[in-house]
Write a protein that binds this ligand. Structure first.
Ligand SMILES: [Zn+2]
Length: 341
């Protein structure tokens, strides 16, 4: 049996180096697009203009990449470009009343679960749920953190929390399947329609949320099972989650409540509440962020958070917002071996 030769393709001449170009607003926003040589990727400017003209960004990117389904990058770009739109929605008194009622009902559930000294929202978006949750909190505010995949949405979340008097929340760009916190980091971990577009990844994400919870996981997510036939069709089309309590039980977790939530943003996408008990007597002790790759402590250094004791990744902190995603970490094993110029 002969093994395939290592393909260095010597017969092909080396192409001349491309001249370095200064990036502009028209520079393609993702190097990943460069693997699609046949089509020109839309620029950041074009994407923002398309969004202003109410075009569907995901559809535009799918078309450009000649693909049928969204991939993770398309979802991230589409959400990042539309960052700010959830905060804009809060402008009307009706919407503010709804959000206050929705958050108030969630706080009542959390209250009934006993003392909560630390709280985490996975997929915090622009903090349009977290801000009213903290507003309707009775007594001393818990140590609070939230993450979202999109940097721009976290930037809006930071502003929205500040405007709503809750400036001390720790916010980071991070992924739901690689949360940058140690095991048992928060008394209560919750989500609000953030597992939603992740059909097929339900168990992966529930397991990760459960890992960082000390006492309870509270999931406000759409219920496929409670939806009408028309609603289910829509959820099928968008790839929304199904059977959250079933997935939790199959992971061996203890589901103590699953019911329709009294408030729902859209009738065709009914919200259900699922409460998973981990250890009702436990208490979280350390909510500080850690390396998402290896869970070691992070050391602040020169605009980065460095995983000095673990895997040696340096994570950028962009305008005060840590980007704690494994693929954003720069392996820099010799970071401290040279004097800083
Ligand atoms: Zn690490």
């Amino acid at each position: 049996m002969t093994s395939a030769p290592l393909s260095l393709d010597r017969a092909r001449p080396t192409p001349p180096p491309r001249p370095l170009q200064r990036p502009t607003a028209d520079t393609p926003i993702s190097p990943a697009f460069q693997t699609q040589p046949k089509s020109t990727p839309p620029t950041l400017r074009a994407l923002r203009k398309a969004f202003q003209n109410q075009q569907n960004i995901s559809e535009m990117l799918r078309h450009q990449q000649n693909r049928i389904e969204n991939d993770a990058e398309i979802i991230e770009i589409a959400y990042d470009v539309q960052a700010g739109s959830y905060v804009s929605l809060q402008a009307t008194p009706e919407r503010q009343r709804f959000q206050a009622a929705y958050a108030g009902a969630l706080v009542s559930v959390i209250d009934a679960l006993g003392p909560c000294r630390s709280l985490f929202e996975g997929g915090v978006g622009e903090a349009t749920t977290l801000a009213p949750v903290l507003k309707s909190w009775g007594g001393e505010l818990p140590t609070t953190a939230g993450i979202d995949l999109c940097w721009s949405r976290i930037r809006w979340a930071k502003r929205w929390l500040h405007q709503n008097g809750a400036a001390s929340v720790f916010l980071a760009s991070a992924a739901l399947d690689r949360l940058p916190f140690p095991d048992n980091a928060f008394d209560i971990v919750y989500t609000s329609h953030s597992l939603e577009p992740n059909r097929g990844r339900e168990q992966l994400l529930i397991r990760e949320l459960h890992r960082i919870a000390a006492r309870y996981v509270v999931l406000l997510e759409p219920s496929y099972e409670l939806a009408t036939a028309e609603g289910r069709q829509r959820m099928d089309r968008h790839g929304y989650v199904r059977d959250i309590p079933g997935h939790a039980k199959r992971l061996g977790l203890r589901v103590i409540e699953h019911s329709r939530f009294p408030f729902t943003h859209r009738e065709s996408n009914p919200t259900a509440i699922t409460v998973i008990e981990k250890d009702r007597r436990a208490m979280a002790t350390d909510s500080r962020p850690v390396c998402p790759a290896c869970h070691s402590q992070l050391q602040p250094t020169d605009g980065f958070l460095f995983c000095a004791e673990g895997c040696g990744r340096a994570y950028p902190v962009l305008h005060g917002i840590p980007c704690l995603r494994v693929e954003k970490g720069i392996i820099a094993s010799q970071l401290f071996d040279f004097p800083v110029a």
